[in-house]
Design a protein around this ligand. Structure first.
Ligand code: ADE
Ligand code: ZN
Length: 391
């Protein structure tokens, strides 16, 4: 049978998708116009081009062996991500974003979706200044500095819009959506506590199933996510599932810290835990991989996202060109759930991820070359070229 068609029909759970990463250039533009912002800064064609450089490094695709420092790869993407999300201002904006995602998820055969959202990105100014610069460029109102002067958008409006989208998406598309509140690793603990307190208020508490940890805008602070332990403890006490991005931009030690200090139930990405097992093959002690296994902790892996962020290529596990490895890390992590991370930025969807995971050699080369064409039909729709290629 045709692999993409088979996978598209299979009922799936999407466990790793960021609602902010579902903001397509078209929706971003229309919301910017509605909110009276400088829409030329969000011209859809220009925004699409920005998202399509072959890797998340600036410029064209770089072979795995020649990728630069981690920070560069993630930052080119996250800066644009933060810039685009600065247009979000109203409950309606979040409702439309959620409903659009759920419609595309249903087309991809998703029946359950656990969706990250980054309230700090919307409720507080970011400390990196990227959001402020974007707001200024748009002629928008100046935003409050990080954690000072109160929220720029009330948490209540963010959650209300997302929730309305989830309820309508369940009724119209049959997708069982759930929300995971993600903290931002480059912000203060106080800010994380502030959004968590909002989320735990009586009218809001039933609307999230867990907490997570996303990048924000700055580079991943080495070991610094352990400082969020009090927020994780509070979330645990409230009965929430605990997850965190780890083993993506940071290595195996970060995965271990999330298990030992934050006591995570789930690790998002986690692929760089394999670096530990390579080191371990020499030391005969695969500590982090064994910990994941012993605790039965799943990793939600995003192969195409990792490929674009050039995470996979830099793991020592795959430090030789992929053609010699012949495998994606998912082969080694197949028990993990697969998903799509930031579909509007990768021009992929959950079905694409599964195809890529099954046949990385087939999908590798053209996953890169097809971005330009694929992103034109935007978002997570399974692109035509995927079917043509496999036909
Ligand atoms: N937020 C959105 N996408 C992310 C990623 N790939 N890594 C960390 N944080 C993120
Ligand atoms: Zn992610």
């Amino acid at each position: 049978a045709n692999l993409p068609e088979f996978l598209a029909k299979l009922p799936k759970a999407e466990l790793h998708v960021h609602i902010e990463g579902c903001l397509t250039p078209q929706l971003c533009h229309s919301i910017a116009v509605r909110n009276g912002l400088d829409a030329t800064a969000f011209d859809p064609a220009e925004a699409t081009r920005r998202r399509q450089c072959g890797s998340w490094l600036h410029g064209d695709y770089q072979p795995m062996l020649f990728c630069g420092p981690n920070e560069m790869a993630i930052n080119a993407f996250l800066t644009e991500y933060t810039r685009c999300n600065a247009i979000m201002r109203t409950e309606q904006d979040f409702y439309e974003l959620m409903l659009g995602y759920l419609e595309r998820a249903a087309e991809n055969g998703v029946v359950r979706a656990e969706i990250f959202f980054d309230p700090q990105m919307h409720c507080f100014e970011d400390s990196s200044g990227a959001g402020a610069a974007a707001a200024e460029a748009m002629g928008g109102p100046p935003r409050m500095p990080c954690g000072v002067g109160g929220p720029r958008m009330p948490y209540a409006a963010v959650i209300a819009g997302l929730w309305r989208g989830i309820e309508e998406g369940r009724a119209r598309f049959g997708v069982d959506g759930a929300l995971i509140l993600s903290f931002l690793q480059d912000r203060s603990l106080e800010e994380a506590m502030a959004v968590l307190d909002e989320a735990l208020k009586p009218g809001n508490v039933g609307k999230i199933v867990g907490v997570g940890m996303d990048n924000g805008t700055g580079p991943w602070g080495h070991g610094s996510t352990s400082r969020f332990k009090p927020a994780y403890e509070k979330a645990k006490a409230a009965g929430l599932m605990l997850s965190a991005h780890a083993g993506e931009e940071e290595g195996a030690a970060c995965v271990e810290m999330c298990l030992d200090v934050l006591k995570c139930d789930r690790i998002d990405h986690g692929v760089r835990c394999l670096e530990d097992s390579i080191a371990a093959m020499r030391r005969e002690d695969a500590a982090v991989v064994r910990k994941l296994k012993d605790r039965n902790t799943p990793c939600t892996v995003c192969p195409i996202s990792n490929h674009r962020a050039q995470i996979v290529g830099r793991t020592s596990w795959c430090a030789v060109p992929r053609i010699f490895c012949g495998e994606s890390p998912v082969r080694a992590m197949l028990e993990a759930g697969l998903h799509s991370d930031d579909p509007a930025y990768c021009a992929i969807g959950t079905v694409d991820e599964r195809c890529y995971a099954c046949e990385p050699q087939t999908y590798d080369g053209y996953v890169n070359s097809a971005y330009m064409r694929a992103a034109r039909d935007s978002g997570t729709r399974v692109p035509d070229w995927l079917h043509r290629r496999r036909a």
